[in-house]
Design a protein around this ligand. Structure first.
Ligand SMILES: [Zn+2]
Length: 412
């Protein structure tokens, strides 16, 4: 039986959201949390963007060091040979890629202005795919952008060409959130059957159905005999109305009525990391978690009305589908209400030593303390907000990697 995997795209789709972004250190922390949670792959960035180079290399180093030891790190590029060449020039040891090209008639007319035929699209994709394989890419997903507005017959042709030239997965992009659970089920069942390749479901929330469509699409792929890779973002942050939320998607496939009896995860997800991950993403993006967010919202386990409160006190299962501790919630959190010493780009050694002392970090000597402080200052320049404990601990533990993450050198 085919299985379900999660491929998170927060560090690619999430950060390309208008008005939002993450520092390179924040993106790294996201990869660490996603790895702890058991996510199969993090789409960790844009290998053709020069300002990503050091960040991408640093995270590949963390993978080699065993810090990011089971998660795959995949880059996103356009399916054109020039992008493949640039990718391996800037990030030579990248191993996993998704290459993307539009497939719909709308995009052929509206974006390429009629200069590209369907045959051109297929041959551009095949050329890029072969170039990536020639450079030694270990796995390549081929993305059909705007797949939901593409005729299924052409998607099958596109997918078969990708498969014949060695693609590992086909990404079905519901780029505009246009599908519903019924249409995405049908199209992905057909793709799985007729192309015979694992399928990624990439859904957006423009009609409020990103999670539902992901689950239905995954069911289609599996019913068609292929593994399904659900694309998610943390807290659903993504272009426009956002992507399928990671925590909600995991809850949906593991907790919804009878689904997990037949459709199972290919790699276990540790949901107890959900709370920490979601809170960090909220801090890093500066976007509050909605009060009614599944699992991690402030109201997800709150009851006030008489009948519900009475019922949940008698037996939580009366009014809760799952328990708060399954999501890593339930611990008291300390909020400083008095004096606060926090990190900043103009921090000095005294305040910094105080903060690190509270985190039980000690330094060998003054020189080492000064070195870590300097890195923390630079991290603050990029983040423009006090660093989180885990970020400070990361800098203290991996100063060489931190230095790489904080190095931005514009091209000559
Ligand atoms: Zn997207």
């Amino acid at each position: 039986m085919a299985k379900i995997y999660f491929l998170d795209v927060t560090n690619r789709d999430g950060v390309q959201t208008a008005n939002l972004g993450l520092s390179k250190l924040e993106k790294t922390m996201m990869n660490i949390y996603l790895n702890e949670m058991g996510v199969f792959q993090s789409e960790f960035g844009f290998p053709t963007s020069r300002h990503e180079s050091f960040y991408l290399q640093a995270n590949l180093e963390l993978a080699e060091m065993g810090v990011l030891q089971s998660i795959r790190l995949g880059g996103w590029i356009r399916a054109i040979v020039a992008d493949v060449e640039k990718t391996f020039r800037l990030v030579p040891n990248i191993k996993h890629l998704n290459i993307s090209i539009s497939t719909s008639a709308q995009m052929l007319q509206g974006k390429f202005k009629g200069t590209k035929s369907r045959e051109d699209i297929v041959s551009m994709m095949v050329d890029a795919l072969e170039a990536a394989r020639a450079h030694g890419a270990e796995s390549i997903g081929v993305n059909a952008e705007d797949a939901s507005r593409t005729e299924t017959d052409f998607l099958v042709k596109f997918g078969l060409a990708a498969k014949e030239h060695g693609a590992d997965r086909l990404r079905y992009c519901d780029t505009l959130g246009y599908d519903n659970a019924f249409t995405i089920y049908e199209s992905n069942k057909t793709l799985a059957e007729d192309v015979g390749i694992p399928i990624e479901l990439h859904c957006h929330g423009d009609l409020g159905m990103a999670v539902a469509n992901s689950v239905a699409g995954a069911k289609g792929a599996i019913d068609g005999g292929q593994d399904a890779y659900i694309n998610t973002t943390v807290n659903g942050i993504g272009e426009r109305a956002g992507n399928a939320d990671l925590v909600a998607s995991v809850l949906a496939v593991t907790k919804s009525k009878g689904f997990a009896d037949k459709y199972q995860l290919g790699k276990p997800i540790d949901l107890t990391k959900a709370w920490k991950l979601s809170k960090f993403a909220s801090y890093a993006f500066r976007v509050p978690i909605p009060i009614n967010q599944p699992g991690v919202g402030a109201n997800a386990f709150a009851h006030s009305s008489g009948i519900h409160a009475d019922g949940v006190l008698k037996d939580p299962e009366n009014y809760e589908l799952y328990s708060f501790d399954e999501l890593g919630r339930g611990e008291q959190e300390l909020v400083e209400t008095g004096r606060e010493i926090c990190s900043g780009e103009y921090s000095g050694i005294s305040g910094f030593s105080h903060i690190m002392g509270q985190l039980e970090v000690s330094f060998d000597d003054a020189r080492q303390a000064e070195e870590i402080l300097e890195l923390a200052r630079y991290a603050n320049v990029e983040a423009q907000k006090p660093l989180e404990e885990d970020e400070l601990l990361f800098i203290a533990k991996y100063p060489k990697i931190a230095k790489k993450l904080l190095t931005l050198v514009p091209p000559e």
